[in-house]
Design a protein around this ligand. Structure first.
Ligand SMILES: Cc1cc2nc3c(=O)[nH]c(=O)nc-3n(C[C@H](O)[C@H](O)[C@H](O)COP(=O)(O)OP(=O)(O)OC[C@H]3O[C@@H](n4cnc5c(N)ncnc54)[C@H](O)[C@@H]3O)c2cc1C
Length: 462
């Protein structure tokens, strides 16, 4: 590969061979490349070219070309990454998997689905639901992110509390390795422990080890009924304590989404609502599911556990449930209105340390005169922490300094710096803060085993 910092252009011969292989599915016009230069991170890097393969065989041929020249391959799903993971930092070929978007099999007896990576997760959820089946992982981006992207980032979502996250549903993977070989890892059975677990090495590997071309997913029966409950509290500590009481009551909600005071104020500004009175400074949105009889019993127990909550509301119809979910879904646009820029993290701390963490955040906010919103998956201790700022008024270095203090605190509380969005480019500098040198070394060695030429998504993760 050419020198470390140079922007890479594909050779004329390679471009010609890619054009012959893919025809109109090989893009090199500047206006086409521009569309693949972004994700949701705010970074921008123009790729040298874009390929849109339709089969694993085409992916293999592209990888063999990449080995020969060599040039980097940057796999891409829907480009919703918040960490610049699917961007071509110093050029290279973006491999968009969006044309490999077939649901190959939904098998109610085996409770598996076999899909290509470019299927939108929302589409898969809908299709399996038609057969009375359930694919639980639900990153907020599920309507517009791909299952391949979800697997490659190890995406999570609100339902993680009861049902787990993407990694808990991946049984098997077909992968094109940087050698050009196509291999199948794992099983299509519910269990399997033969050999090392390479499937879960690929889950969350962010396109740095190979290209996922087929995925076998575990499914569950679709719960027939669900209820949504909103509980409001005058203090964040009360919300966290109440959640502990819910768990002690024996109820495991599928979702427990927390919103802090800043988040609530922002959502109220965006859509004035009489639902949340001014004395409410923290809110939890619960979702529960199951058979109608079991659900009634669970909501009864939940209500009992939340008896001290000054705000309590149940929703049993789809319309009422949507109205409550709308509060949670409006967070992103609502926060945007508070600060033109945000520096966002998706940290996790043990639930027992959440209150200490949020107090730390609030103290940082006061000392630095910044707005810092906290919301997210209370059940998993996984909070989205957004520092909202105006770059005209706040120097970037100051905001970065505050963020780093936040991350250090997370680690001091035995937490992790990313629960679901991954490392990509944006958090690469912080990986060694969490991962000890010896373990980093093992990770480098693994990368070397799979990808000795470093052609797969360079500049990411490690
Ligand atoms: C509004 C919004 C809400 C979000 N909410 C959540 C959330 O709740 N939970 C969460 O976890 N994330 C969330 N995200 C982040 C993002 O949606 C996820 O990381 C998602 O899994 C990325 O999927 P994608 O298809 O967009 O992949 P991309 O962003 O295109 O790619 C992500 C990574 O996967 C790799 N990749 C993609 N396809 C393949 C493949 N076939 N083989 C190998 N590598 C591949 C890429 O190289 C890259 O490293 C959110 C993003 C937005 C914009």
């Amino acid at each position: 590969m050419n020198s470390k910092n140079a922007y890479l252009q594909l050779s004329k011969t390679t471009r010609k061979r890619l054009k012959t292989l893919l025809g109109e599915r090989f893009l090199e016009a500047p206006e086409d490349l521009k569309a693949y230069a972004f994700d949701a991170s705010g970074h921008e890097f123009l790729p040298s070219a874009v390929a849109l393969p339709q089969t694993a065989a085409e992916v293999q041929k592209i990888v063999l070309l990449a080995r020969e020249e060599p040039f980097p391959i940057i796999p891409r799903g829907a480009g919703t990454s918040t960490t610049a993971a699917p961007l071509a930092v110093k050029g290279g070929l973006v491999l968009s998997m969006c044309r490999m978007d077939r649901i190959l099999e939904i098998n109610p007896q085996d409770l598996v689905a076999v899909v290509e990576p470019g299927v939108f997760t929302g589409k898969l959820k809908k299709e399996v639901a038609k057969q009375g089946l359930f694919y639980p992982p639900d990153p907020a981006s599920y309507p517009f992110s791909t299952i391949g992207g979800n697997v490659a980032t190890g995406a999570g979502g609100p339902k993680g509390l009861k049902y787990g996250v993407t990694k808990d549903y991946v049984l098997g993977l077909e992968v094109v390795l940087p050698s050009g070989d196509k291999v199948f890892l794992g099983t299509r059975t519910a269990k399997g422990v033969v050999g090392y677990d390479l499937v879960h090495l690929f889950v969350g590997s962010e396109g740095t080890l190979g290209i996922i071309t087929k995925i076998v997913l575990k499914l569950l029966p679709l719960p027939p009924a669900q209820a949504v409950v909103v509980a409001g509290f005058t203090k964040l500590e009360e919300a966290v304590t109440a959640f502990g009481q819910v768990l002690q009551s024996g109820v495991l909600p599928s979702t427990a989404e927390l919103m802090d005071e800043i988040t609530l104020e922002a959502t109220k500004k965006l859509r004035p609502s009489s639902l949340i009175p001014d004395n409410i400074k923290a809110l939890i949105l619960f979702e529960l599911d199951g058979t109608p009889t079991a659900l009634k019993e669970e909501v009864f127990l939940l209500h009992k556990a939340l008896k001290k909550a000054p705000l309590y509301q149940e929703a049993w119809t789809e319309t009422d449930q949507e109205a409550l979910w709308e509060i949670r879904r409006s967070i992103s646009p609502a926060l945007k209105a508070l600060g033109p820029k945000k520096m966002a993290d998706d940290i996790v701390v043990p639930r027992s340390r959440l209150v200490e963490f949020v107090h730390f955040v609030k103290a940082l906010q006061t000392t630095n005169n910044l707005l810092i919103a906290c919301f997210g998956h209370l059940g998993d201790g996984n909070l989205h922490v957004n520092i909202l700022f105006d770059p005209q008024k706040e120097p970037l270095e100051k905001v970065k300094g505050v963020r780093e203090k936040l991350l250090q605190k997370v680690l001091a509380l035995s937490g992790t710096i990313s629960g679901e969005h991954g490392i990509g480019l944006a958090k690469r500098a912080y990986l060694p803060w969490e991962i000890p040198p010896k373990v980093c070394q093992i990770m480098y060695q693994l990368k070397q085993v799979f990808d000795p030429q470093n052609i797969m998504n360079p500049h990411k993760v490690l």
